[in-house]
Design a protein around this ligand. Structure first.
Ligand SMILES: [Zn+2]
Ligand SMILES: [Zn+2]
Length: 299
């Protein structure tokens, strides 16, 4: 009797969703854009391996969204575990949470300074944010709060070039250049974990060569805009979007060449169209599995 119960328990465990079985997960913390959509926080994606987390971008609300994921059971996203972050580029929608990521976990007794990787200019941004919050840091350090684990003015910024930017016991992180309008440096990131290959586009135009980074990867997280919504935008904005971002049908064609096991849409610019229409547009050029992500989705 005991034995059959054990066997039954094992069978139940194995029917859990695929994303829950392995050591790594993709947690989409924020799917937003500069549009002030109350349902979509600023862009941020966490690659979680065991109890470690690696953030890609830190848009508005990043630490709160991580706390929501922790409450849902992902321990790696507890605030003091947010130790590594990778910026795709310095657009404000992707970096408005930088001060939050530097300071909030520090107050909550993170053990060491943030390690942050990204394009040239990231160091200057960190230095200016530390200066902007000098009064806060001074009062919190000398005004009666219990002693902190390190000096909040320390942020370990790594300005990177394309190639392997981090290798530890759990991941190899490769930065690759993408085309994002006038930005001199914009990156996507590929994570090789013990059980998955995960590619994240960041903001990228259609000629960014992302298919070469994926090549049957497990998860491709890619930005996108709706063609139907685009058609109703003013011409001067159309010229901008076409130069900086990837349309639904262009993404379908990229995915058809990249063949990911799962395509995840994020940073969706939908405008006056709908999410259903957006998915239909992608599917018109791509017959693989695709989902349009919402904040706090886990894959
Ligand atoms: Zn953006
Ligand atoms: Zn951008």
């Amino acid at each position: 009797m005991m034995k059959s119960l054990v066997v039954l328990a094992a069978a139940v465990a194995l029917t859990a969703s695929p994303s829950m079985q392995g050591r790594s997960r993709v947690v989409v913390l924020g799917t937003g854009t500069p549009n002030a959509d109350p349902d979509r926080f600023g862009p941020a994606v966490a690659v979680v391996v065991d109890d470690a987390s690696y953030l890609v971008d830190f848009g508005v609300g990043v630490v709160r969204r991580a706390a929501a994921a922790e409450r849902a059971g992902i321990v790696a996203l507890e605030a003091t575990h947010l130790t590594h972050a990778f910026a795709t580029h310095l657009h404000s929608d992707h970096t408005l949470g930088f001060a939050d990521l530097m300071l909030t976990p520090w107050i909550l007794e993170r053990r060491a300074p943030l390690e942050v990787y990204g394009p040239r200019g990231l160091k200057s941004m960190a230095t200016h944010l530390v200066a902007a919050y000098a009064a806060d840091i001074r009062v919190r350090s000398t005004g009666g709060e219990p002693a902190h684990q390190y000096d909040a003015r320390r942020v370990n910024v790594h300005e990177i070039e394309p190639g392997v930017v981090l290798r530890d016991a759990r991941v190899t992180v490769t930065a690759f250049a993408v085309k994002h309008g006038a930005w001199p440096q914009a990156f996507g990131y590929r994570f090789q974990t013990p059980d998955r290959t995960i590619v994240i586009s960041g903001d990228a135009g259609p000629d960014s060569g992302i298919e070469a980074q994926c090549q049957r990867c497990d998860v491709l997280v890619h930005e996108v805009y709706s063609e139907a919504g685009f058609a109703r935008r003013p011409p001067e904005w159309q010229a901008y979007h076409a130069r900086y971002h990837t349309s639904s049908r262009q993404l379908g064609a990229i995915a058809a060449r990249a063949r990911p096991r799962l395509l995840v849409l994020y940073h969706q610019l939908i405008w006056s169209s709908t999410e259903e229409e957006l998915l239909k547009e992608v599917r018109s050029a791509y017959d693989g599995e695709v989902v349009s992500a919402h904040d706090l989705d886990v894959f």
